[in-house]
Ligand binder design. Sequence first.
Ligand code: IMP
Ligand code: MG
Length: 175
Amino acid sequence: MRSTLSILIPRGDIEHAVARLGRQIGTDYSGTNLVVVGILKGAFIFMADLIRHIGLPLEVDFVTASSYGSRAVSSRKITVLHDLSVDVRDKDVLVVEDIVDTGHTVSYIVKHIAERGARSVRLCALADKPSRRETEVQIDYLGFTVPNKFIVGYGLDFDNKFRYLPDICALEDHD
Ligand code: IMP
Ligand code: MG
């Protein structure tokens, strides 16, 4: 069995989508105390580009969520390996995630941040794979809806590899 990479979303389309999302978020959060919280590691490239389009004096923080295993499947058991360092009490939090798959990771993280006393918690995701959803998730800002394929690049990984690819690519197995 060998794997091939094929470009699903080219870098130019990503750039446009990220700029559009950043401008929309900047408009919606004008005059608020915005904290942008990225879910590591997958969101780091998307978030770095996104915040430069928001145009507000926002704060940045990260959480590391872990599901067990490193295969191309998501686990249902979520833990927080690295927690918030910013006090989000009475602030408006925007959670930034690479991809919403089953939905368990973001559901857990959004609830976790809400319990810290945030005034509001919304979600911005680069990609949505709705065909795999197991729990309902509201995505307030979305880059792309993707088919039921395993995708890598622009921060997304397979076994912690391929994050550096500038395009979003589908990883496919062949005989
Ligand atoms: P969920 O909890 O099933 O929604 O899974 C979310 C996490 O699984 C994401 O943060 C990704 O790290 C990972 N994931 C799900 N689908 C993909 C994919 O197609 N490529 C890379 N990572 C994925
Ligand atoms: Mg990941």
